[in-house]
Design a protein around this ligand. Structure first.
Ligand code: PRP
Length: 216
């Protein structure tokens, strides 16, 4: 039997994924050794391999077949737009992609003004403003602390992830429009889905079952 390889998003999503997999009986003891500098972990018994990657790289590994399966946020999937199958909403990591800014920016959005939008997600922002709202805007790519942009006058609004809303609140900003809901998704390489159909289907079934039990 060949190995099935998982690409997990480093950080909280990976921890939640490993918890969920553990409930289906899939464990990876090797991965729990925090002192280790190993990059790839194996479960020899089940013929599985796991590795951690930065979020935006997960869809790349899966599209090229370097990983059969990926666990990644819907925000990253929308932004990267890779050719792969999205097979399961894992429910955790739930948050929203929103257009945010000071209350004073609300009228600029309503009047479809030519405003600047700062974001870590230029493709999502472009799609939202150009294709859905038919509003011409200037998109400015940032790599973090997006909330700074309207505060220091880089942009009128931001397109960013809102989870609890506390970052916005503490910085005097508000959700002005909602782009879409987000959460962690399981994605599968298009060839793997055919070649490993049975193993992948049974994995999806097992995950669905433990997710249902968790909600009871
Ligand atoms: C994300 C997002 C917001 C914050 C939202 O940032 O960009 O800044 O979390 O969470 P909240 O609604 O619960 O306050 P992240 O912590 O990923 O860091 P970043 O600034 O580097 O993007």
């Amino acid at each position: 039997m060949r190995y099935l390889t998982f690409a997990l998003t480093k950080g909280r999503l990976a921890s939640r994924t490993l918890e969920l997999l553990e409930k289906t009986g899939i464990t990876c003891e090797e991965m729990k050794d925090k002192g280790s500098r190993k990059l790839i972990f194996t479960n020899e018994e089940l013929k599985l391999k796991f590795f951690l990657a930065k979020g935006p790289d997960v869809p790349t590994f899966v599209e090229y077949g370097a990983a059969d399966i990926g666990i990644v946020g819907k925000d990253t999937l929308l932004e990267e737009n890779r050719k792969l199958y999205e097979v399961l909403d894992l429910g955790f990591g739930a948050c929203r992609m929103c257009i945010c800014g000071p209350e004073s920016a609300r009228s600029l959005l309503e009047n479809r003004q030519l405003i600047r939008v700062a974001t870590k997600y230029p493709n999502i922002a472009k799609d939202y403003f150009f294709n859905r709202k038919h509003q011409t805007v200037e998109i400015i790519k940032l790599n973090g602390s997006i909330e700074l942009a309207p505060i220091v006058g880089l942009s009128e609004v931001i397109c960013d992830i809102v989870e609890t809303g506390s970052t916005l609140k503490e910085n005097g900003l508000k959700v002005l429009e909602e782009v879409c809901p987000l959460s962690a998704r399981m994605v599968v390489n298009q060839v793997s889905m055919k070649m490993e159909d049975e193993r992948i289907r049974s994995l999806i079934g097992a995950l669905k079952k433990v997710m249902q039990e968790d909600n009871l």
